[in-house]
Ligand binder design. Structure first.
Ligand code: HEC
Length: 322
């Protein structure tokens, strides 16, 4: 009898479950390949998906208010004693929010966005250990007064004494778990060092934008005055020997008028005029020759230029205010 040839399709038709047995090794192989691929690429998959959160602290600006240089009001030493008053707490809270919170965080934990990239990180006020200067009122006040060198903690000595006292008390009361006791000795130390009860002098502060505007306004005034003066001298060149002398004597008339316009005091004071000539003769526009002239000539020059500048200044002021 003819031997029936083995045929896979016939076997499967007879017993469909056998298909599973044939497919199984392929299935296992596919799972292993997929698993290996997943494991070898998993890092790259995650790295690509998570964007780091790194705020650019240089873009965070808080405008400070304009403050005239002043002698700070005395702070009564009772501000250190007992619970801080409501008024002192409010001041501390406001100053903290305006000046410190960006780095030290709303809860004082050193996690403010502007401090994110700093090394060392801003101090976590709630931690008891790891302080550079320390947690007593003397330590804290000193930190504010002098900053911590080589860190993002700059000196805040420009704040007035009352604001600094308020900040120290606020940080201790609001953020520290077990603030150190305030001793009479510490109060006396601070008073002796910083004249708190007498009042101390405070440097003025203005925002950079305002300062830049003031400087450029000044410069525009100075340039306008210099140009007007030069123009006036030029116009008198033929008629007035002093005007002619000005152009003979001074190396760079344009620069010389600019130097004079920048300095305010020489018009009333001959010595100041001579000092202006002598200061940096290679760049001030007068040149060395002007220094070597006789006193008579230089006095005549001074009188002539004083007039010109005073007139031009008055004319510009009249124009500016009308
Ligand atoms: C630009 C970010 C920044 C700002 C704004 C800032 N600080 Fe700091 N501050 C720091 C850093 C950074 C340190 C950590 C210095 C260190 O490790 O000693 C620090 C540390 C301190 C310390 C602890 C010093 C010590 O003994 O360890 C005190 C207190 C403090 N700051 C108070 C203030 C107060 C109050 C203000 C607001 C007037 C303020 N800081 C504003 C960055 C800042």
């Amino acid at each position: 009898m003819a031997k029936k040839r083995f045929c896979l399709m016939d076997e499967i038709k007879k017993n469909p479950i056998a298909l599973l047995g044939i497919a199984y090794p392929y299935f296992i192989a596919a799972v292993v390949v997929a698993g290996v691929y997943y494991i070898t690429t998993i890092d790259a998959v995650y790295e690509n998906k998570l964007a780091p959160y790194l705020p650019d602290s240089t873009l965070m600006k808080t405008a400070i208010d304009v403050k005239k240089p002043s002698v700070s009001e005395p702070v009564e030493l009772d501000a250190w004693r007992g619970e801080p008053s409501a008024e002192l707490t409010k001041l501390g809270e406001e100053e903290y929010a305006a000046v410190c919170q960006s780095c030290h965080g709303a809860e004082g934990e050193g996690d403010g966005a502007a401090g994110a990239g700093l090394d060392p990180a801003p101090r976590d006020f709630t931690a008891a250990d790891g302080w550079t200067n320390g947690r007593t009122i003397v330590d804290l006040y000193t930190t504010l007064q002098e900053g911590v060198e080589g860190t993002g903690m700059i000196a805040y000595d420009y704040l007035d004494a009352r604001a600094k006292v308020a900040l120290v008390r606020y940080i201790q009361a609001e953020f520290m778990t077990d603030p150190p006791e305030i001793s009479e000795e510490e109060i006396a130390t601070l008073d002796a060092q910083y004249n708190l009860s007498q009042g101390d002098s405070v440097a003025g502060r203005i925002p950079v934008e305002v300062a830049a505007a003031l400087v450029s306004e000044d410069r525009a005034d100075v340039e306008a005055l210099a140009a007007a003066a030069l123009n006036a001298i030029e116009n008198e060149r033929a008629a007035d020997p002093n005007a002619a002398l000005f152009f003979d004597l001074f190396e760079d008339p344009e620069r010389a008028t600019l130097t004079l316009a920048k300095r305010q005091t020489w018009t009333d004071d001959y010595d100041e005029f001579v000092a202006a000539l002598a200061l940096a003769p290679e760049t001030n526009g007068f040149g060395y020759e002007a220094l070597a002239t006789t006193e008579e000539t230089s006095r005549a020059m001074w009188r002539y230029l004083s007039n010109i500048f005073a007139n031009r200044k008055a004319a510009l002021a009249a124009n500016g205010s009308s």
